[in-house]
Design a protein around this ligand. Structure first.
Ligand code: XIL
Length: 392
């Protein structure tokens, strides 16, 4: 009910905006600064609650776009390199690491006092084929793959020891039925590959916070599977301290109630919860787009009807209001659980660079984040500020 009211309030605010009214923002949203609206910083707005982070595409930290870097520094107190630490990019060949981009990100974070979350050590996607093979092309043995995994983790985690606050150790190991996904890691090493990865990471940096990260774990079989996996890891003594809920959501799914219940369940097993990859997809999904889940890099080109807000008009006001209401209801839940939530990280900074412009189909114009393509705060941003103002 309350959420619906917030959503209605935003529709109203947007209607005022469209009518040319000066006041289009909720009263609590901004301080007046000589008549101009001063944008508050999310990191200050939620300072009492959790860190607020963003995944960074490289132009945000490599010096090529100072305005974009400034936006990050002014708004966030945590960052995640979006792709720079993925195996494919940081360790492309057996005897070759490429740390250039990851180093820049870590330096940027240190320079500006931003907590850095390392993403990620073990995944079945964006991992080069050589990892799972012998030189002659035959499948690697359990021993070989474990040794490779250990060497990779020791090298990457070791390099940034004490500089990276937390590591996403294993990413997306669950299948839709809640069982462990059939991946080369599991086929070759066995189910214990997950626990082993946590042990290797802990060995390399005993002070880093280590988490298991997955999507769609707010309800049903995937939630059951995640809870079972984490209970098992903890019972076996694996050094896992947090669950990363990715939170790639859309406007209606999953329900805020499910998100609320899932966070409570993870908290009950003594885990910290990190919201690691938040964005809200506003574009249509068709069942055939599900194929993109199988290989994240192989996406089809979009058809015009799948790209409804690509014109000059952008996202219609009514949709902006829905997006704002959605963010408000999610943050109400996150604030309720601020005792267990360590950070809330958006998967991107502005709509311009969001991966959702190119996934699950490529070449769309999506609007999933809080800052528009010019880096200006959207109604959803002000919804966050308003929601924080109403916390208990
Ligand atoms: C995505 C990146 O945003 C893209 O740039 C890349 O091409 C593919 O991966 N879950 C994850 C993230 O854990 O690593 C993914 O990031 C999004 C889904």
């Amino acid at each position: 009910m309350k959420n619906r009211m917030i959503s209605r309030a935003f529709t109203f605010a947007l209607a005022l905006c469209a009518a040319g009214s000066v006041f289009a923002l909720p009263a609590a949203a901004a301080a007046s600064d000589g008549g101009a609206v001063k944008t508050p910083a999310l990191k200050d707005v939620f300072a009492k609650d959790f860190l607020v982070g963003a995944a960074l595409e490289r132009s945000f930290y490599n010096g090529s776009n100072p305005a974009r870097s400034a936006l990050v520094i002014s708004q966030f107190n945590a960052v995640t390199p979006e792709i720079a630490m993925m195996w494919q990019f940081i360790h492309p060949e057996a005897n070759r690491y490429d740390f250039a981009s990851a180093d820049r990100c870590v330096e940027f974070a240190e320079k500006h006092g931003l907590a850095l979350s390392g993403h990620m050590l073990v995944w079945h996607q964006l991992t080069p084929a050589w990892v799972f093979k012998n030189a002659d092309g035959s499948p690697a043995s359990r021993e070989t793959l474990l040794a490779r995994m250990r060497e990779h983790i020791r090298t990457v985690v070791g390099r940034y020891k004490g500089r990276v606050k937390s590591w996403d150790v294993v990413n997306e190991a669950l299948d839709d039925d809640g069982s462990l996904r059939d991946t080369p890691w599991r086929r070759i090493i066995g189910d214990d590959y997950i626990g082993q990865a946590f042990r290797f990471a802990h060995e390399a940096d005993p002070d880093a916070e280590l988490y298991y990260n997955d999507w769609g774990i707010e309800n049903g079989k995937r939630l059951e599977g995640a809870l079972a996996l984490l209970r098992k890891l903890k019972a076996a003594g694996a050094p896992v301290s947090a669950i990363g809920m990715q939170e790639h959501v859309n406007l209606d799914y999953p329900s805020a109630k499910d998100v609320d219940k899932a966070i409570a369940e993870f908290g009950k097993i003594g885990l910290k919860v990190l919201i690691t990859e938040l964005d809200v997809d506003v574009l249509p999904r068709t069942p055939e787009m599900d194929e993109a889940n199988v290989d994240i890099t192989r996406v089809k080109k979009t058809r015009p009807e799948e790209n409804p807000y690509a014109g000059a008009g952008g996202l219609p006001d009514e949709m902006q209001a829905r997006l704002a209401g959605r963010y408000a209801e999610l943050f109400e839940v996150y604030l309720k659980h601020r005792d267990v939530i360590g950070s809330v990280t958006f998967w991107g900074v502005t709509d311009r660079e969001s991966w959702l412009n190119n996934w699950p189909v490529s070449g769309r114009v999506n609007y999933p984040l809080l800052f528009d393509r010019e880096g200006k705060p959207k109604p959803a941003f002000w919804a966050m500020v308003e929601t924080a103002g109403k916390r208990n």
